[in-house]
Design a protein around this ligand. Structure first.
Ligand code: CDP
Ligand code: CDP
Length: 217
């Protein structure tokens, strides 16, 4: 499997992964893949079906039969359910509350990880999530773990006007059995608590330059 063109970005909730990954992909002309939105779309399907998101067999019944796909549009991944682009509904309070319950189920993860690997083998990607460097592409040549203090992250989410218990999601995501949130041994950790987004992106770009991916500026 060729994984030479994968930049893996992992980190806890509201650490700035999506913003950094989107900006990097734009600068490099690569595809931006938001794997959190895949778990969020599966969660939306569960919520729409009316089943209890904590009831694993029921969640599995829905996710096993849901018509889920993720296509690339305008250089970014777009999650769809039954052909419907659901991206605008993925950051609601109800999805924030339920997503870590759905994402802890191994069969749900297997289905979405297969899609993520398919995309990563087809395109040059900046892929962000929780387990990209540890599990989805353990051989990715470029891995970053973007962090920030819990207080800073909760504050960032609040400024976005979103109800989101980042602490509870972090707890569930880091303690689940399958592919938990963890720092890959070979990832570069960036604590963005006191950094602007531009500073984070510059740090990554400089590191990539040092690694020979792009000419150092
Ligand atoms: O943007 P934020 O960091 O708040 O969350 P996200 O990246 O959209 O991910 C939403 C949820 O999906 C996470 O809290 C995890 O439960 C799950 N997730 C995961 O388990 N593995 C991934 N690769 C990405 C997300
Ligand atoms: O994807 P993730 O949940 O990790 O974070 P995000 O959605 O990229 O960022 C959450 C919010 O924090 C956004 O409004 C970003 O603009 C902001 N942010 C920031 O203020 N400073 C940074 N260094 C990174 C992100």
């Amino acid at each position: 499997m060729s994984v030479l063109k994968v930049i893996a970005i992992d980190g806890p909730a509201a650490s700035g992964k999506s913003s950094a990954a989107r900006s990097l992909a734009e600068k490099l002309g690569w595809i931006y893949v938001n794997t959190g939105n895949m778990y969020r779309a599966a969660t939306l399907a569960v919520i729409r079906s009316g089943v209890d998101y904590e009831n694993e067999p029921e969640v599995l019944r829905i996710t096993a039969t849901m018509n889920f796909d993720c296509c690339i549009e305008n250089n970014k991944s777009v999650a769809r359910i039954n052909g419907e682009n659901v991206e605008s509904e993925l950051n609601s309070e109800s999805v924030n509350r339920a997503v870590s319950f759905v994402a802890r189920i191994p069969d749900v993860r297997n289905k979405l990880v297969a899609l993520q690997r398919e995309i990563g083998q087809k395109y040059s990607v900046v892929m962000e999530g929780r387990d990209i460097g540890t599990h989805v592409f353990p051989d990715a040549p470029y891995k970053f773990y973007i962090d920030a203090s819990e207080e800073v992250r909760a504050n960032r989410r609040g400024l976005q006007g979103q109800e989101d218990s980042v602490r509870e999601r972090d707890r569930m995501d880091s303690t689940r059995k399958t592919a938990p949130l963890a720092i890959a041994d070979d990832a570069m950790v960036i604590d963005s608590s006191d950094m602007t987004l531009d500073e984070v992106v510059d740090t990554v770009m400089k590191t990539l330059g040092l690694n020979g991916l792009i000419p150092a500026s």
